[in-house]
Design a protein around this ligand. Structure first.
Ligand SMILES: [Zn+2]
Length: 341
């Protein structure tokens, strides 16, 4: 019988859930947009739809509201027939399997000690008890919670571009710039679970205000919307809905302002990686996210910045790699939290 872990990746724009097998492969997954109001009903519904007919080890705990031994039953009849757009189901992999734990990746800040989350983009959740709310659906099963940056890094370490690197940072360069650390082969959340927020390293002391309340963070230079805004300010002509992908296309076409935007973003990311690597004695940085889809437009200036700023001898072998798992990294990492105990 296959042991499966339910992984949940709660983000500011989408919520994903998956069943992950012991090798780290996603055998069933589904996702929904994050509602602007209280997201909990959507989270619960998504969990029901993904777990569906997979029995849950520990579900037969006395007093638990479980009939039939599945979370779908426990969560109520409303789950029946819930169809989630985009669900990719491999029922053969789930038949006869059991859910042995739940791993949660959440947009932060998180409080990994208390199990609460306060995602910046979800104002209705302030210190929301996400871990305990999910645990109530899975009596008797271990439930782990970490920040989404930590889970991305752990996922890439486990199954992606970070394989074989025991000391690494993972970065998601997207709307914002997130990150997480794997140190000595283990996820490192620090005191409250928020270590590795590399997007909030200051690279411009007199820079733009940041979502964190600070100023001049990497995110204010390398976040996709910030890059687009900077390019427009410099005179880049583009449609009102142009995003980082449009900016990348213009840069590839040789347009100087978008090229400068990527140069500047890569410099900022490279400087932050150099600083983190010096502090944590890292061997690799794995970069994913929408802005990183631009490939060498971003990676080339990142590597150049490292040549300038990562000068200490123990950083000679520091590698920068493109992430391999895309949007699944957080899910794979969340599942690994449980597998690693
Ligand atoms: Zn910041």
């Amino acid at each position: 019988m296959t042991d499966l872990v339910l992984a949940l990746d709660f983000g500011g724009t989408k919520i994903a859930a998956a069943l992950v097998d012991p090798s780290g492969s996603v055998v069933r997954t589904a996702r929904v947009p994050t509602p602007t109001s209280d997201p909990w009903p959507a989270v619960e519904s998504l969990i029901r739809s993904v777990v569906a007919d997979a029995p849950v080890v520990g579900a037969a705990v006395p007093g638990a509201a479980v009939s039939g031994g599945t979370v779908a039953d426990a969560a109520g009849a409303a789950a029946a027939g819930t169809a989630v757009p985009g669900a990719a189901v491999t029922d053969a992999a789930v038949a006869g399997a059991t859910v042995v734990g739940v791993g949660i990746a959440s947009a932060g800040p998180v409080d990994a000690v208390r199990g609460t989350v306060s995602p910046i983009n979800v104002p209705s959740w302030q210190a929301f008890p996400l871990r305990d709310s999910v645990a109530a659906l899975f009596p008797g099963v271990p439930v782990e919670l970490a920040g989404d940056g930590v889970c991305m890094a752990l996922g890439e370490h486990h199954r992606g571009a970070g394989r074989g690197s025991r000391f690494m940072v993972g970065l998601v360069v997207s709307t914002g710039v997130g990150g997480g650390l794997v140190l000595d082969g283990r996820p490192f959340g620090g005191r409250t679970g928020n270590a590795g927020h590399i997007g909030h390293i200051v690279v411009e002391p007199d820079g733009e205000p940041c979502s964190c309340g600070g100023r001049g963070c990497v995110e204010t230079v390398a976040g996709g919307p910030r890059m687009v805004a900077w390019a427009r300010h410099k005179g880049w002509q583009a449609p009102p809905d142009a995003d980082a992908a449009v900016l990348a296309a213009s840069a590839l076409a040789g347009d100087e302002i978008p090229l400068a935007a990527f140069e500047r973003a890569g410099q900022a990311v490279g400087m932050a990686i150099a600083g983190a690597a010096a502090v944590c004695d890292l061997e690799a940085a794995v970069i994913g996210g929408g802005v990183a889809q631009a490939g060498e437009l971003l990676f080339e200036p990142v590597r150049r910045a490292l040549k300038v700023h990562a000068g200490l001898s123990y950083l000679d072998g520091l590698e920068v790699r493109a992430a391999e798992l895309g949007g699944q990294a957080g899910l794979v990492g969340a599942a690994a939290l449980v597998r690693m105990g």
